[in-house]
Design a protein around this ligand. Sequence first.
Ligand code: IMP
Length: 427
Amino acid sequence: MSALVVVGAQWGDEGKGKVIDFLSQQADVVVRHQGGNNAGHTVVVNDQEFKLHLVPSGILYPNTWCVIANGVVIDPKVLLDELAYLQDRGVDIGRLRISSKAHVVMPYHARLDALNEERRGQQKIGTTLRGIGPAYMDKAARVGLRIGDLLHPEEFRDRLGDVLEEKNHVLTRAYGAQPFSFDQLYRTFVDYGSSLRPYVADTSLLINQAIDRGDKVLFEGAQGTMLDIDHGTYPFVTSSHPSSGGAAIGAGVGPTKIDRVVGVAKAYATRVGDGPFPTELQDALGEEIRERGHEYGTTTGRPRRVGWLDAVVLRYAVRINGLSGLALTRLDVLDGLDTLKIATAYRYQGHTLKEFPDTAWEFRDVEPLYETLAGWDSSIGSTRRREELPRQAQQYIERIESVVGVPVVLVSVGRERSHTIPLDDLF
Ligand code: IMP
């Protein structure tokens, strides 16, 4: 198996960082292909915690090459700070390559993100305010600036001049906000370009060559299927394609080159930001799970909304992504609960829905239909084999497999790399 795509099967924050870190030990190349520094994951290696937003966590392995591909939107300051942080901690960053086609998140994108959210008021999306939506808007509107542009100061000057005129017009006229200074932006971003130059490459070529010679290539999705701009809970979504198809476009590889897709799902569910969440627990139990699971965003620190596992969402994730298995994370967070629930279907206007609804207003009004299972009273953090898990935990996993329709291929029972029960050879 050469090319493996790992995606979030829920609303992001499924613990992909941990799973990807675990799989990276076998990977020759790890590729980030969508999103930007709205994502964030924490990886714990030998008690040392690494918080990363843009650089694939594969960088923590000494021989793994890491790629930030064309589908990512890059805030160069965030990336350079992250590279300095890694270097300070002794990590070799010479194995990073960045696509010249990746779009740049400019300061006016973050400003417009905040102004748009403010204007939406009650209807706000609850974005991470990192400028991700406005950067992808510019990409689609064909007025985006790309990493490659920063390496050509003369052309960059013309492009920035043109774009900034329009941005400043919107900022000052539509929002009454302050304009950005051309000279300052120009100088700063040309400097960023010089700092990033050693890493910039034709990453589609590199990735395809790696696949063709049989290297193990891991595509690391950010966010989750339910935040996909086409297939998620629109408009409460991000502006990229976290589902598996995004890997092909976002990295410049044909879909036929991808061998396998695995979805990461928490053993329960969380969501940050606004939007419908049928299995949400707005009670003391939800609060308890949030505290036990430290369910606060890596990027924004916002408390995550918590709920029961939703198998309707997971079956939808299987369909949209072509998942062949699930990596189930944070099972240990459920230790000690008397009972557990899984939503296996929804009730909508007196009907039972087994499939994820096609429209936003149906999804907004569904009521989950639950199955209740017994919990376990021991602590499972030190378990390394499926058979050693308490019987009730094994039954919970089996039930998930049966209602979702794909096998669980990995179980995570803690934050460390070692807190992992691999059930299948994924590569
Ligand atoms: P944006 O990506 O900042 O535009 O935010 C759009 C929506 O996606 C908001 O609900 C965010 O909370 C959510 N979101 C973006 N990135 C992540 C992530 O990495 N994990 C979880 N939610 C995210």
